[in-house]
Design a protein around this ligand. Sequence first.
Ligand SMILES: [Zn+2]
Length: 449
Amino acid sequence: MNFRALSGGVPIGGSHYLIELEGKRIVIDCGAVQTGGKVLPPPIAKGHIDALLVTHGHFDHIGMLPLFVKEHPDTPIYGTKVTWRFARMILWDSYFVTLKKLERGEKVETHFSASDIERALTLKRFNVVREPEWFSPWPGWKVRFWPAGHINGAASIHIISPKGFRIIHSGDISFQNQPTIKGAKVINDIFSPEVLITEGTYGDRNLPNRIEEGWRFINQVVKTVKDDGKVLIPSFSITGPNIGIILANGLTRAGVDIPVHLDGMVRTAAGIISGSNEWSPNDNGLVFPKNLIAVPEKDPNDPDKSYAYRQKILDGGPAIIVSSHGMLEGGLAMFYLQHLITDYKSAVLLPGYQAEGTGGRRLLELERGHYFQINRRPFPIYCDVKRFQLSSHASGNELAGWVSEIQPWHVIITHAPNSAARGLEQKIKERHPSIRVSKGFNGEDVSLD
Ligand SMILES: [Zn+2]
């Protein structure tokens, strides 16, 4: 077997991995990352590819599916239906954002056309995986998508070759429960592979307990609204609905009668989660509480409806808004931010990781009174800015514990910054000196006999 992270191995980036085994060439994911307003695609796998297996619908895993299809027009794609729906939402959004930039005369690279998106997502090419059961893409081969707990529809991928060689690719994985998705479990079905290819995003870290961190977050929101302030929670579109649910339920328990508003792509993602059939018993889209409210969509008969509603939120008393983009790189979060940033009673609470070079990271690094640029205009920061760790990735100890449970011969670490990959390697070797551990450096082969 040969494994190569074309991108998104070590260090982290848009995920694109190649597995070569017994004459088959299988690609996992094809994503991109966005920094400083630029989208960075991975180097697309060359040569014949037998299948592209998609683990989940985050941009860094699906963002370049249309570019892959341009180069590999005959390769079938496999993924869950929720992943397909998230991919459709994200790819069209990314396409229209690029179009708008071009209309404004900005220099942006277009990586694919509208017809490339249609070709990637046509259900003639995209094979929907409807349940976590084995299927056979080619004679003698078995493949299974297994609930990975990270976001709705997310899967780890299990492969058994005709000679009986077994591989797990974790995808992005979480072992903690979230309101609409249970954490990954291996109980009752321990699949022990020869090779485990695992993400290691937080491989060197112990993350705070998700429930305790959730309450720290809720308490901060309660404090701000009780002091008559407004709270903006910039969030990734797909994780935003779960953050909204945690918060809305927490407010009910705290006796605070203020609704949580979902806006931007968070609102669209909430519609996908609540309106999709579950592909596994771990997904549950029917848990949205009544005090979680979507800002109305654009209405062709009443074009000002959405903005009038938003203005009412801003003109009124205490309010709570969960909106994309999660790293303040655009989206409706910027609209709310420009109204709240100068209000000393309000707060911006960042629940997710803020990558270097992003608006969210800059806002965290600046001090009160410093200026922050929104749409090329400087705004002084008077609001409160805080970061929380409501991560949907496994910690280093959880990953090392997983390795103990499934006992692979060889672990390949991907999707990790250098320090996290080193930290996870150390944790695994301390517990299991006999397990071989490799870091999947981008562009380098990891070969096993
Ligand atoms: Zn992800």
